[in-house]
Design a protein around this ligand. Sequence first.
Ligand code: FES
Length: 574
Amino acid sequence: MTGELRSRAWFGETGRAGMIYRSWMRNQGFGAEVFDGRPVIGIATSASELAPCNAHLHRVAEAVKRGVWQAGGFPLEFPTMATGETLMRPTAMLYRNLMAMEVEELIRANPLDGVVLLSGCDKTTPAMLMAAASVDVPAVMVTGGPMLNGKYRGTDVGSGTHVWKFEEELKAGRMTQEECFFAEGCMARSNGHCMTMGTASTMACMAEALGMQLPGSATWPAVDARRFEIAQSAGQRVVTMVNEELRPSRILTREAFENAIRVNAAIGGSTNAIIHLLAIAGRVGVELALDDFDRLARAVPTLVDLMPSGRFLMEDFCYAGGLPVVMKRLVDADLLHPANITVTGKSVADNVSDAQCWNDEVITRLDEPFQPAGTGTAVLRGNLCPGGAVIKQSAASEHLLTHRGRALVFDSAEDYHAVCDDPALDVDADTVLVIRGAGPKGYPGMPEVSNVPLPAKMLKAGITDMVRICDGRMSGTGYGTVVLHVTPESALGGPLALVRTGDEITLDVGSRTLTLEVDDTELERRRAEWQPPESPHSSGYAWLYTHHVLQADEGADFDFLRGSRGHAVPRDSH
Ligand code: FES
């Protein structure tokens, strides 16, 4: 440690200001010795009963505190907002940037030398990583862990994934409403976040792959005693990191993001990771482009056989050895940068050198992978998405990856939902469902509405998938042949805004193209007629959001939040 601890600008002060800083803290029963110059560690907890995936984090915080005390630090827990995926309207994504801004400012404004970040539900992990990157104090992430496997009538069911499946069963008349009510409770039977390889599990793995959480952290179930052991270790470790001045800017390098992209391919991770990694990279000034995701992932087979693309769930992944096994397999195949430094103070390769696999069915080997290289998330280009679009091949249907069909266009997901059960809907198995108005500015918040359910008439006819195209996102637990993140979005007048029902659209994932089969002259004529939708938001946070959010290919961060603002101690007004 070369410089003085930040916290000394508060607790090391003499005179009136120092008295104010210390005296009020002592009303919590802290003795004078805690102000002796030991590192002060913030424990940022996004626990909330409104965010069920994070509701248990206060118990994780207790374990972190034990570790901080053991290592000679002074732990102080503080609450942050929690963007719970299930309850927040219109979408939790609208608030990711707000949470990132709040956490960043709370860290900077307080006498903190390091932080442990407690997250769980989808957006809470990237929001905290964005914050840590921008304030750049030593930081360790501890995600709250997945729920135990869902169990319904003798089979494993995955949160999120089985919501879509049960809905289809219900619509097709193969399941009753009573059975659905019963199944609800079977899907969520312990604390924790979704236990499929949805966005929460993906982002927990991304935090570990980036080097921002301790090896093995991503997969321990929320209720497993070892979740609390590892939280305690994180508390111990962050104190040492303060002494080592091991900051996120030393960990979050271009190589770390390349590692994360490849790990995401190997775990069959969520498409949402693309948006979140782009946003985090933007905070540390790492140049990362949408095409990097396609280029880097192409060499990586999917090793982990987890829902929604596969069979198993996070509990199985954990008992098979967890993410360190995947990373060791990639390191051994020269698919990761092995020397990157991580929160352990050691390299990626050192962290995983002892990893052992206990179940090759769950974590397959590179020579016999669950899915071959090149079948992960693809980045598409073409006259319908000049700024790019993505498709998760592993969650799509093979026969639809090359497809030409007639567009059936809806200006919003709500417009589609209003008619999708109508038996007279003019649709067949080849129809391409186009849903627009779901981009970052247009909705606003880029909700997870892209994988709209199939029309009831198609489900009853036994059709299980159709091509859908949207400028919104898809839940990481979702599946289907769904083209996502179409950029620029329709609300900005992107080509998606110009599509009309009856136009032909060609999807060719092999050649990475998405083409609206309408000539340029006609498109120009339509563009001249196009009127931007009027925004209903003239004030408040939604106004701020629509005016400053970037497009999906830049991570949908706010334009004014990109970059690091550092950890300099703010002025003292006492
Ligand atoms: Fe919170 Fe899935 S709803 S992780």
